[in-house]
Design a protein around this ligand. Structure first.
Ligand code: TNX
Length: 482
């Protein structure tokens, strides 16, 4: 194996010369671009901890003993080029591409580079040339913070994993029957009354807008967009506790701590419903630098077809009125969608309808991409309604051929949802995510023609020592030669 980079880069060439070695004189050189300078500072923080070297970050033009990060105005998207010689490491690209390239550099260094303590290592980087860019623009994961609540710090730990594997979307499932997790200033009862419990009856919780903004900023520094989801019209029991006037019965429901789905709904025929949604989307849009707001739309069993369609079309207009584009689970394909709307494929039954409307798809087929499924019957955490999903199952599919009638042009990318019915802390999330999240990351990043399971399983095995240094839990899958 020439390298153990995950996701595998588009092109990798090993050069003749000597490796680059980090030492006490090494520095990081950045230009004038503020985002590139910030990436340089982040890399310095990482390198200083394990090497103990000073690693200054400078804006001048030293060219030896240096890691040089240089914005290339001719680059586009997230592309980067990385070139290592005995004298320097050069990463050039767009600001986001340079950040992705820095993740490649991390993976070219010994695993101990991830240590939070100073170690006496030999910090070499092999002489290589890499050209790299992603296959898909949308490479994400979803964290369900509604079924169980995760703290800001836990969400940041999850973002760190996304960043290491070059993912660029974190979809946060912020409201469901069991909890409402985001402060809405114009409707304070939503979080105050709707946020107090979770599956199994624990205390739950919610993010204040300041805390949420902190998550958004942390993600943005890693070139990751947060896509907030408020699930509606179903999955709304927590909201109805706070606002019973939005249910057709007007009776406040009891808090729900079980895991059944499909039974709750906003009343679709009341103006009060749309007034509340307007307040919520307006505040969420203001908290969201990215283009998208996810409105759920899944598993509604208590409205008629017509009620459902009218509801989704109205909510789509609300999202657009607040300057954002709508994302919904694929059921929203039953309604008339705008060409800028995205439908999230998960069970294959309405994705083609969404395409007919002119929308594009995010591919999250539940038997392949649902990272909350169990690996095998014997593993404790996770559900199994869609499938048992071992690492190879996440790896061995092509988003462009998965569903008949869906082609590469119809797809913006892939996303691996992690529903949290069985997940009470971030260690449990990590167990289900690792090593399946890196497998999905390679599905989304690496050209199909350059992907090979036999190669992936060997490369990802080499990451376990990194996860140990990072304190990240993982499943010791028998498919991986650890
Ligand atoms: C289905 S996937 C759901 C969620 C559950 C998940 C559990 C989807 C759009 N809805 O409400 O949490 O299964 O795997």
């Amino acid at each position: 194996m020439a390298h153990s980079i995950v996701p595998a880069p588009v092109s990798f060439t090993r050069n003749e010369g000597e490796p680059f070695t980090l030492d006490s004189t090494s520095s990081i050189v950045v230009g004038t671009d503020a985002e590139v300078a910030r990436t340089g500072e982040m890399l310095a923080v990482l390198l200083r901890a394990s090497t103990g070297y000073a690693i200054p970050v400078r804006a001048d033009s030293v060219t030896t003993g240096a890691i040089i990060l240089r914005a290339n105005p001719a680059a586009s998207g997230e592309e980067y080029q990385l070139r290592v010689t005995r004298d320097s490491v050069r990463i050039a690209g767009t600001p986001s591409g340079i950040f992705r390239g820095v993740q490649t550099l991390r993976q070219l260094l010994p695993p101990a580079i991830e240590s939070h303590m100073k170690l006496n290592g030999t910090w070499t980087v092999p002489a290589v040339t890499i050209e790299d860019r992603p296959r898909f623009a949308w490479r994400g994961s979803m964290l369900d913070v509604a079924r169980h609540f995760f703290t800001v710090d836990e969400v940041k730990q999850f973002i760190d994993l996304l960043a290491l594997y070059k993912l660029n979307v974190l979809h946060l499932h912020l409201a469901d029957d069991q909890g409402w997790r985001i402060e809405i200033k114009s409707r304070p009862r939503l979080a105050e009354m709707g946020g107090v419990t979770q599956v199994g009856g624990g205390p739950g919780g919610f993010y204040t807008q300041a805390e949420y903004a902190d998550i958004v900023r942390y993600a943005q520094e890693r070139f990751i967009s947060i896509v907030p989801e408020i699930d509606m019209p179903g999955h709304t029991n927590a909201a109805l506790i706070a606002h019973p006037e939005l249910s057709c019965s007007r009776i406040a429901p009891a808090p729900y701590t079980g895991t059944e789905v499909g039974w709750s709904a906003f009343c679709p025929n009341k103006e009060e419903t749309y007034a509340l949604i307007d307040d919520v989307i307006r505040e969420l849009a203001a908290l969201t630098p990215g283009r998208y707001i996810h409105v759920g739309g899944d598993e509604v069993e208590v409205l008629t077809h017509e009620e459902y369609i009218r509801f989704i079309e109205r909510v789509q207009d609300i999202v657009v009125r607040h300057g954002k584009e709508m994302v919904g689970w694929e059921e929203v394909g039953k309604a008339r969608l705008r060409p800028t709307t995205l439908a999230q494929q998960w069970k294959s039954d309405s994705a083609l309808l969404a395409l007919k409307s002119g929308a594009k798809l995010i591919m999250s087929p539940s038997p392949r991409a649902y990272l909350d499924m169990k690996y095998t019957d014997a593993t404790e955490l996770g559900l199994k309604w869609a499938a048992l999903i071992e690492v190879a199952d996440v790896y061995n599919w092509d988003p462009a051929t998965y569903q008949a009638g869906v082609t590469e042009r119809d797809i913006v990318g892939v996303e691996g949802p992690i529903w949290s019915e069985t997940l009470r802390n971030i260690t449990a999330v990590q167990y289900l995510a690792m090593p399946r999240l890196p497998a999905l990351a390679e599905v989304g990043w690496t050209p199909q023609s350059a992907r090979e399971w036999e190669s992936f399983r060997v490369r990802v095995a080499a990451h376990a020592p990194r996860w140990n240094y990072l304190g990240v839990n993982y499943h010791r899958s028998p498919q991986i030669p650890w």
